[in-house]
Design a protein around this ligand. Structure first.
Ligand code: ADP
Length: 166
């Protein structure tokens, strides 16, 4: 079975991530979306929330599985019995970091290769960070993320606002 892992933080998953997941799912028998635990000190969404959101937005793609993991991606990929790491490339600025990661991972585990999908033009500008920034100012982010994510972000920032005001 040709299996790939798409690792990331997905805080939150955007339309750009979803585009990569869909395209990867057409190239592999199974794509495992790996949600990194504790990659940032305080992600907006907990690991469980990120996993549940990803499960919901990929529920129409039968060969996609969502799992959380901690530690090194290559170790998770091996544990999944996958052969490939999928990463998305948006711009040249992504390239240097991704190149280093791919080469390091190849030294750590020569049996695993990294494959890059170039982002579709309409999502090239999108990042989870900018989506969080826009949502934090109370703006609707429905153009950047699936509707369930936009709604979850709206609720999250309302909760945060209530906490700081309370
Ligand atoms: P990480 O913190 O590991 O970079 P992210 O969740 O930010 O995790 O991103 C996971 C992967 O998705 C990375 O390969 C990143 O380049 C890619 N990615 C992020 N945003 C987009 C987008 N708009 N279009 C295509 N790929 C993207």
């Amino acid at each position: 079975m040709r299996r790939a892992v798409y690792p990331g933080t997905f805080d939150p998953v955007t339309n750009g991530h979803l585009d990569i997941i869909r395209r990867a799912s057409q190239q592999f028998d199974e794509v495992i979306v790996g949600v990194l635990v504790n990659s940032q000190k305080t992600p907006l969404f907990s690991t469980e929330e990120r996993v549940n959101i990803l499960k919901e937005v990929t529920s129409d793609i039968p060969n996609v599985v969502v799992r959380s993991f901690s530690g090194l991606s290559v170790n998770f990929v091996e544990e999944c019995q996958a052969q490939v790491i999928i990463r998305g490339l948006r711009a040249i600025t992504d390239f240097e970091y991704e190149l280093q990661m791919a080469q390091t991972n190849r030294i750590l585990n020569p049996g695993i290769d990294t494959m890059f999908l170039i982002t579709s033009l309409e999502y090239a500008y999108l990042s989870s960070t900018t989506v969080r920034e826009v949502a934090a100012f109370g703006e609707d982010v429905g153009r950047f993320v699936p509707p369930v994510v936009a709604e979850a972000m709206r609720r999250k920032y309302l909760e945060k606002k209530a906490q700081t005001e309370g």
